[in-house]
Design a protein around this ligand. Structure first.
Ligand SMILES: Nc1ncnc2c1ncn2[C@@H]1O[C@H](COP(=O)(O)OP(=O)(O)O)[C@@H](O)[C@H]1O
Ligand SMILES: [Mg+2]
Length: 261
C-alpha cells in the first residue's frame, strides 16, 4: 500500500487503532496496555506463545469482552465496548477459534444465513430464490472458495479444513471492511494449512485482516505487519523479517519449540 507523507492520508490508511488496551481476569493481566494499528488492505498478524493474551485481545477487538481501559477505533470511529452485533454492522467481522457453523444445515444455507444476517428481518426470511442480493453474494462466495462440489452437503459432514474455510466464507458474507481470524489453521493438516494461508493472502486488498496465529511460518509468509505479544504485553512489532530478527522475540517466542507455542 502507498503511503504519502501527509498525516491525514496516513490516518485514512488505518482501519484499526488500538490504544493502551487492558483487561484483567482477577489478578491476571491478560492484556496489559497494548497499542497497535492495522492498515487498510493489509494482513496484520498477532503472534505469541500460548497464554500470551492473543485470543483475549481478539475478544476485546471483536466486542466479546470489554476492556477495563484503553480504546478501539475502527474505520475512524471509536467503537470501544460496542457489541459484536453492532461491530458487524459497522463492518468488523470475526471467525471463531471454535467453529460456529450450523452443522445440520447445508453449506449453501450457512452462507445464505450469513449473507442475509445484516438485512432487515422482512428480507432475511425470504426464501433465497427471492432474495437476489443475498443469492448473488452466496454464489460469489461459492465461486471464490471453490465450494461447488459441497454446496448441498451438511456443514457437519465437511472435513475439518473445509469447515474452517467455510467459516471464513461465512464471516465474509456481509462484506466486512475488517476480518478477524483467530487461529484459522488450528488442527489442520499441513496441506490444509498451506491452502488456507494462500486463501487468506488472496483476500487481502479486498478486506483488511487481523490474524491471530501461533503458526510462525504461516504468519511470516503472509503478513504485512506482525505484532508479538508475551504475557499480556506487546513485545515487538514490525515487518516479518524485522520481528523475526528481534532478540527479545527470539528469546520469548522462537526460543520455544514450535510444538510448545
Ligand atoms: N475468561 C477467562 N477467565 C480467566 N482467565 C482467562 C480467561 N480467558 C483467558 N484467560 C487467561 O488469560 C491468559 C491469556 O489467554 P489467551 O488470551 O487465551 O491467550 P492466547 O490466545 O495467546 O493463547 C491465559 O493465562 C488464560 O489462562
Ligand atoms: Mg488463543
Amino acid at each position: 500500500m502507498k503511503h504519502s507523507g501527509n498525516a491525514m492520508a496516513l490516518d485514512a490508511d488505518v482501519i484499526l487503532d488500538i490504544k493502551d488496551i487492558s483487561v484483567a481476569f482477577g489478578a491476571l493481566k491478560a492484556v496489559d496496555r497494548v497499542s497497535f494499528k492495522a492498515r487498510r488492505g493489509q494482513i496484520t498478524s498477532l503472534i505469541g506463545p500460548n497464554g500470551a493474551g492473543k485470543s483475549t485481545l481478539f475478544n476485546l477487538v471483536s466486542g466479546a469482552i470489554r476492556p477495563s481501559s484503553g480504546s478501539v477505533e475502527f474505520n475512524g470511529v471509536e467503537v470501544t465496548g460496542f457489541s459484536p452485533h453492532k461491530l458487524l454492522h459497522a463492518g468488523l467481522a470475526r471467525s471463531f477459534q471454535i467453529t460456529k457453523l450450523f452443522f445440520e444445515l447445508s453449506v449453501r444455507e450457512n452462507l445464505r444465513l450469513a449473507a442475509q444476517s445484516l438485512e432487515s428481518a422482512r428480507h432475511a426470511f425470504l426464501p433465497l430464490g427471492r432474495n437476489h442480493h443475498a443469492r448473488q453474494r452466496v454464489d460469489e462466495l461459492i465461486e471464490q472458495f471453490r465450494l461447488h462440489q459441497k454446496v448441498n452437503e451438511q456443514a457437519g459432514y465437511l472435513s475439518h479444513g473445509e469447515q474452517r474455510r467455510l467459516e471464513i466464507a461465512v464471516a465474509l458474507a456481509c462484506k466486512p471492511k475488517l476480518l478477524l481470524l483467530d487461529e484459522p489453521t488450528q488442527g489442520m493438516s499441513h496441506a490444509d494449512t498451506e491452502e488456507t494461508g494462500a486463501m487468506i493472502q488472496s483476500l487481502a486488498g479486498e478486506v483488511s485482516i487481523l490474524l491471530v496465529e501461533h503458526d510462525v511460518g504461516l504468519v511470516m509468509g503472509l503478513s504485512d505487519h506482525v505484532v508479538v505479544m508475551a504475557q499480556g504485553a506487546k513485545l515487538a512489532e514490525g515487518a516479518p523479517a524485522e520481528v523475526r530478527a528481534n532478540p527479545a522475540v527470539q528469546a520469548a517466542y522462537f526460543g520455544q519449540r514450535e510444538s510448545d507455542a
